[in-house]
Design a binder for this molecule. Structure first.
Ligand code: ADP
Ligand code: ADP
Ligand code: MG
Length: 462
């Protein structure tokens, strides 16, 4: 087993990894930016090393600085968390060349699956259903128009290097196509350094269903059930649950099998997620594979009892999976809410600042993942997610009630947050009855915000 792991990340996921390492008797070196020297993970790590100034490009994305820190501190391995370098094949390759274990799949797998078009091609070859669309990278918008005519509008233009909901543009008719093509290309070029696009039919009103995978170096691959992540704003997830309660048993078995097939085709090692969209007729299609730990991994941990970060570390150290497929049991229902420092009244604009007071909920089946404390600075340089509240209960309705109570108790002062928005969402009739798709928040978010403002006014009057 590793003696010392370098954590190349920040915030709640750095705390999550750090706690797991310490539990396993592994020392931690936190590589953090100057901005984060007072952060919670910087206080609790075995050793903290500054890798550069606040902008991520000069710190958390600075491959040389991170690798040098790992070497200088004699770390055996690097855990990249999510975001930043977690799906960067070049960095994984640098680690391999320097004999430091990158906790994740090998650089070749990251490259193959990280390029979304080549992953799509591999899935197609392996018999995993993919969304109808282009056979490869599009040469220009004329080719896009030709394929769109064949598969039928609406269509979605997607960056092959894309991630985090960026580099995606829909076109509902031929007149929108050229603009969508150019916008997607420009966004992808500036965000990922590659403007290469492919095309998929836009599945209307889909659900986002994804399956958690674990694979070890001995060729064992298992799935740990699915999550429903359809509650999204601008293609970014806000709330996730496990299992996906609307699936029939037949669909559930089929989608889990398809995910296993996808992971086997990729000879997948480490923790990974196979993402699908489910159309209104109940057919599902592969959209991409994420070759890292995901933000929403705790909901799977709650219903399976498996520590996914621990499994990642064990796998990277060459140990076998700690359970077989036949030992995976899905028990009860889990929900996660992402708490963001943002202002719902101002179109969810990020709201950085200093935390003046925090009270976290607790009790049976309530879990908090966060790195905030009174006095902590929420930096404008990084993602606005400041906490995750996860609940686990025997059934979905009980989990919803638990989440309402937890959100009602959660108190964060000093910065604006989406806590009351999430609380209201937990009372929305369509959410409760499971009638929501990935476009739900796009249509309903404003009404939910207004509902909250009105009930507040009402309360102040009475
Ligand atoms: P996941 O795929 O784990 O559910 P998301 O879909 O929310 O996570 O985001 C995809 C990735 O992009 C994650 O690794 C997340 O950390 C990262 N990400 C999302 N939004 C931002 C942002 N504003 N800045 C930096 N990274 C981001
Ligand atoms: P990213 O790498 O940015 O996460 P994805 O390919 O996973 O990109 O797509 C992000 C989101 O966009 C998905 O969660 C889903 O809601 C939506 N999406 C992706 N492909 C399609 C499609 N073909 N039809 C409808 N929605 C889609
Ligand atoms: Mg995705």
């Amino acid at each position: 087993m590793f003696k010392r792991i370098l954590i190349a990340n920040r915030g709640e996921i750095a705390m999550r990894i750090l706690r797991c390492c310490h539990e396993m008797g592994i020392e931690t070196v936190l590589a953090c930016s100057k901005e984060d020297l007072d952060s919670l993970p910087a206080q609790f790590c075995t050793k903290c090393i500054c890798i550069g100034p606040a902008p991520a490009a000069q710190s958390y994305l600075n491959e040389n600085a991170i690798l040098s820190a790992a070497k200088a501190c004699r770390c055996d391995a690097i855990h990249p968390g999510y975001g930043f370098l977690s799906e960067n094949a070049h960095f994984a390759r640098m680690c391999e060349e320097n004999n430091i274990v990158f906790i994740g799949p090998d650089s070749q797998t990251i490259r193959r699956m990280g390029d979304k078009q080549s992953a799509r091609a591999l899935m197609q070859k392996s018999g995993v259903p993919v969304v109808p669309g282009s056979g490869g990278i599009l040469a220009d918008w004329h080719e896009a128009a030709r394929i769109a005519r064949k598969v039928g509008y609406p269509v979605l233009l997607k960056a092959t290097a894309g991630g985090g909901g960026r580099g995606l543009r829909a076109a509902h008719n031929p007149s929108e196509l050229r603009r969508a093509y150019e916008d997607a290309q420009a966004e992808a070029q500036s965000a990922f350094g590659s403007g290469a696009l492919y095309l998929e039919k836009l599945i209307e009103h889909p659900r986002h269903i994804e399956v958690q995978i674990l694979g070890d170096t001995r060729g064992n691959i298992i799935q740990l059930g699915e999550r429903d992540c359809s509650m999204q704003r601008r293609n970014q997830k806000l709330m996730e649950e496990a299992p996906a309660s609307l699936l029939s048993n037949f669909q559930r078995t089929a989608i889990r099998r398809a995910a296993l097939k996808a992971a086997r085709a990729a000879h997948y090692i480490s923790a990974g997620t196979v993402e699908f969209v489910l159309d209104q007729k109940g057919k599902f299609y592969f959209i991409e594979m994420n070759t890292r730990i995901q933000v929403e991994h705790p909901v799977t941990e709650m219903v399976t009892g498996v520590d996914l970060v621990r499994e990642q570390i064990r796998i990277a150290a060459g140990l076998p999976l700690s359970l077989k497929q036949s030992e995976v049991r899905i028990c009860g229902h889990a929900i996660e809410c992402r708490i963001n420092a943002e202002d719902p009244a101002r179109n969810f604009m990020p709201a950085p600042g200093e935390i003046s007071f925090v009270h976290f909920p607790g009790g049976n089946g309530v879990r908090v993942e966060s790195a905030i404390y009174p006095g902590a600075q929420i930096s404008p340089y990084y993602d606005s997610m400041i906490a995750k509240i996860i609940v686990h209960a025997p059934g979905r309705l009980e989990a919803v009630r638990k989440m309402r109570a937890a959100l009602g108790e959660l108190t964060i002062e000093g910065v604006k947050t989406n806590i009351s928005f999430l609380y209201l969402l937990m009372h929305n009739g369509d959410y409760l009855s499971g009638r929501f798709d990935t476009g739900f928040l796009g249509r309903q978010a404003k009404a939910i915000v207004r509902w909250g403002e009105e009930s507040l006014k009402h309360r102040q009057k009475s």
